[in-house]
Design a protein around this ligand. Structure first.
Ligand code: SF4
Length: 340
């Protein structure tokens, strides 16, 4: 096999958890060219992966068929002469482009009646018995049912010191002082978001312990209101949510001495940059989607009701997150800062 196309997941975190699959494919065939078809909001992350040669960003809307646009992409990809396509999402739509492009091997998990579209089909375990996402994706690199290697490589993103420095300068970051990033968003829902008042109290504790630290909040424009709540209680925190591109946010996380993240795409980005972080889990399960880095410390209470995987707390109290006090995160963060 000389060239393969990856159809990437729609979420940043999932794209990062798929990187060990790319590393596995390259380890088995070092000369294999791996290209990716990815939603434009995920593309910057894939462009920083050393295994990937080309990224084709798409404008396809989540959940829409858009057959005409898919046919156009397929036409464009025909000329690339791919030998295989690895289709990571489970939807029928996601398997259409490789099929329309005439890619001979089309590999993916069974789902949404896409029998004819895939010709190497892996059994899709029910959600409850599914292995960690990283193994779930990596298994596509082997024959269906084959055993995965004992260990998989952790995701790694490229961040050149020059670019990181330039981005930090552009955002007015003082080069001589420590930066701690807060990633207070989680697009999935409030059941994954540590309360803004806890973030603010943590910021006050950090300010007292490390007076010269710059604290910045990173995320999309959708996270800006939450970051503003933090700023209202801790005005020295800079709200950069919605002011950075994803590329900028990656650089600023690479510049950070540590981060505090909800279970979100930026948590996985921080892990792939090897930066120390405390990752806060609420309704989700860190055994399934952990930050893949030895520099990450996980905070999860594992209450009786958890993980419920709900977007909003079905019990209305959100104890899985509210009961994680700011001082608990502070203690973990201090350990990480001492270690680094
Ligand atoms: S039910 Fe439990 S785990 Fe789920 S969101 Fe509420 S407190 Fe968290």
């Amino acid at each position: 096999m000389k060239k393969a196309l990856i159809v990437a997941p729609n979420w940043i975190g999932d794209a990062l958890m798929a990187q060990p699959l790319f590393a596995l494919l390259k380890a088995r065939q070092p000369r294999l060219q791996l290209d990716v078809l990815a939603p434009k909001w995920v593309a910057p992350v894939l462009a920083r992966m050393p295994e990937i040669t080309q990224v084709f960003p798409t404008e396809l809307a989540h959940g829409k068929l858009q057959l005409g646009a898919r046919m156009m992409f397929a036409q464009q990809l025909k000329g690339e002469q791919y030998d295989a396509a690895y289709i990571l999402p489970n939807s029928l739509k996601s398997a259409l482009i490789p099929w329309l492009a005439g890619i001979p091997l089309r590999i993916g998990y069974r789902g949404e009646a896409r029998w004819g579209l895939l010709n190497v089909r892996h059994a899709n375990p029910p959600r409850k018995s599914r292995p960690p996402m990283v193994s779930h994706y990596a298994a596509l690199g082997l024959k269906p049912g084959a055993r995965l290697p004992e260990t998989l490589t952790d995701p790694v993103l490229k961040a050149s010191p020059q670019q990181v420095g330039d981005t930090a300068t552009r955002f007015g970051i003082d080069h001589h002082t420590r930066v701690i990033s807060f990633c207070p968003g989680a697009e999935y829902g409030s059941a994954k978001r540590w309360p803004a008042e806890h973030f603010a109290e943590l910021a006050q504790m950090l300010r007292r312990a490390y007076p010269y630290t710059q604290i910045i909040a990173l995320g999309s424009s959708k996270d800006s209101a939450i970051a503003e709540e933090i700023v209202n209680r801790a005005p020295f925190v800079r709200n950069l949510c919605g002011q950075t591109s994803l590329d900028d946010a990656i650089d600023l996380l690479a510049r950070s001495e540590a981060a505090v993240c909800n279970d979100s795409g930026l948590m996985h980005v921080t892990a792939a940059l090897g930066r120390p972080q405390v990752a806060v889990f609420g309704s989700s399960d860190p055994r399934h989607t952990p930050p893949l880095s030895p520099a990450a410390s996980i905070m999860w209470l594992q209450l009786e009701c958890s993980p419920c995987f709900a977007r909003e707390c079905p019990l209305g109290h959100l104890n899985c997150l509210k009961q994680i006090g700011p001082e608990m995160i502070f203690v973990e963060l201090r350990k990480l800062l001492q270690r680094s």
